[in-house]
Design a protein around this ligand. Structure first.
Ligand code: AMP
Ligand code: MG
Length: 486
């Protein structure tokens, strides 16, 4: 069974509302992540398929479940909304995994809540499939992220532009505290609740901050470091989150709320996918600036907690976020350098990375394929005696610079090649394939979804049976815009 250990319920009642999930006609699981269930220490072996489906669609709340929708606010595309909250989600409860870590288990699409603002609180299967595939792929690519425990159909039609089959997604996160959760109380000038939230967040995620001279400053610094590292990882993989609103930024530093997100095919530094992002606010190349802007909103919230004198408080908080760009540059270089087989990056190495990226952009090349091609080229160079003969492809000056650099390392070229094989994925969840998995599921066929998940469990290992997932989209398959999750 699930042994819940709920702590959010011990917070004051204004932090959440208790809700009951809605009844659905025919709950059926089409995916269950056994491996994750094991890591969480869930023992569901005694349950029938029906019982499991009932739990992960909210039809039967297990003993000890909390069933809460959480309060939060948020800046959406720069506009502040003082009241968002879980409009289509509920927290089933928290579990402590055998590794000692605490996790939230949340249902998404389980029906209306007091925060639904006229929405139905539901989801159709498309976004459920997208979030399942992409969040699991991110995990296997080594990016901090929420995870997918289960996915179900409800047997109900959900009305969007047309009627679509309903779905419910079960998400696991190290918590659901967002920057927007802080903004909720800050906007109400409820300093008492703000302090309770900050203390809770520190105890849960950054207990080492307790020992700092000022725990709230230390907390902001930690959140900033995690955000910078996270965005650096996204950038190194060509990932675009799509809706970096402050309510979609977890203070744990995990990627959360996969809506109109996407991995780039052809590299473009200003690529935008989201159909609602008309100004390009959340474009690929803007992501760190937005993370910085979001962090400034968190800093604003913390003003009353840091110092009785708000001017001095603001100054101290500003000092905490000012190193963000430097941390990001370092993390970005670390993540990128690994893709080139550079073990101890130096700031000059950014030139090598930039030379490669500029070439991709000028020639309109596929981000993932070209990186992997470079890794394969290095592997061949190590195994052949006469490599390098025919290569004159616009990358000549880059390759000279790069080879000189990797040649100076104490590691052998074999080690370089190995490092590159492990940092340059063969498979990413390409948008046109995610779309294909969704379309097949709409026709009742979940096999594309299943194969894609299987494939993406080992993104760095080339396997012939998954050749279709390596390919860039044909012109007719290119997805130019992704739509919001609802
Ligand atoms: P998101 O797009 O997931 O970041 O959601 C933004 C806000 O809209 C959150 O408060 C959601 O709970 C709410 N929301 C999104 N979809 C729905 C829906 N179908 N019904 C009710 N609320 C929703
Ligand atoms: Mg959201």
């Amino acid at each position: 069974m699930i042994t819940f250990d709920n702590t959010y319920t011990s917070l004051p009642e204004k932090f959440y509302v208790k809700v009951q999930p809605e009844a659905v006609p025919h709950p059926q699981l089409f995916a269950f992540n056994d491996e994750l269930a094991r890591q969480l220490g869930l023992d569901l072996s005694s349950l029938s398929e029906e019982q499991r489906a009932a739990i992960f669609t909210g039809q039967a709340l297990p003993e000890g479940a909390s069933s809460l929708s959480l309060a939060y606010a948020g800046h959406q595309f720069g506009q502040f909304n003082p009241q968002l909250g879980d409009g289509r989600a509920l927290l089933l409860g928290e579990v402590v995994a055998p590794n000692g870590e605490r996790y939230d288990i949340q249902l998404k699409g389980s029906g209306a809540t007091p925060w639904s603002r006229g929405g139905d609180g539901k989801s159709w299967v498309g976004p459920v499939i997208r979030e399942y595939i992409v969040s699991e792929a991110m995990h296997h690519l080594g990016v901090p992220t929420t995870r997918a425990l289960a996915a179900a159909t409800t047997g109900e039609r959900v009305f969007r532009e047309s009627p679509l089959p309903g779905g419910i997604f079960t998400r696991v996160a190290s918590s659901h505290i967002r920057i927007g959760t802080f903004e909720y109380f800050a906007a109400r000038r409820d300093t008492e609740s703000l302090k309770i939230l900050a203390d809770y967040a520190i105890d849960r995620h950054y207990p080492q901050c307790r020992r700092a001279e000022n725990p709230y400053l230390a907390f902001l610094e930690e959140v900033g470091q995690r955000q910078a590292a996270l965005v650096a990882k996204w950038m190194s993989l060509g990932f675009i989150h799509g809706v970096m609103n402050t309510d979609n930024m977890a203070i744990s530093g995990e990627t959360i709320d996969y809506g109109p997100c996407a991995f780039m095919d052809i590299f473009s530094s200003q690529k935008v996918f989201s159909s609602i992002d008309r100004g390009g606010r959340y474009a690929y190349g803007n992501q760190i600036r937005i993370a910085q802007w979001n962090l400034a909103q968190l800093a604003n919230c913390l003003v009353p907690l840091v110092d009785a004198d708000s001017n001095s408080s603001v100054k101290k908080l500003q000092q905490c976020i000012s190193p963000l760009m430097d941390i990001y540059d370092e993390e970005w270089l670390k993540a990128m350098a690994a893709r080139f087989g550079i073990f101890e990056p130096r700031s000059e190495d950014a030139e090598i990375v930039q030379a490669f990226l500029s070439n991709l952009e000028e020639q309109g090349l596929d981000f993932t394929i070209e990186f992997r091609r470079l890794a394969d080229w290095m592997a061949r160079k190590c195994s052949e005696d006469s490599p390098d003969a025919t290569e004159d492809d616009g990358l000549k000056s880059f390759r000279e610079m790069w080879l000189r650099r990797v040649g100076q390392q104490s590691q052998s070229l074999e080690q370089v090649a190995q490092q590159m094989q492990q940092s340059n994925p063969v498979y990413i969840p390409r948008n046109h394939q995610v779309e294909r998995a969704i379309q097949a599921a709409l026709a009742g066929d979940f096999s594309v979804f299943e194969r894609m998940n299987d494939c993406l469990k080992k993104p760095f290992e080339k396997r012939d049976e998954f050749a279709e997932f390596e390919l860039a989209p044909e012109p007719r398959e290119v997805v130019t815009a992704t739509f919001c999750g609802t």
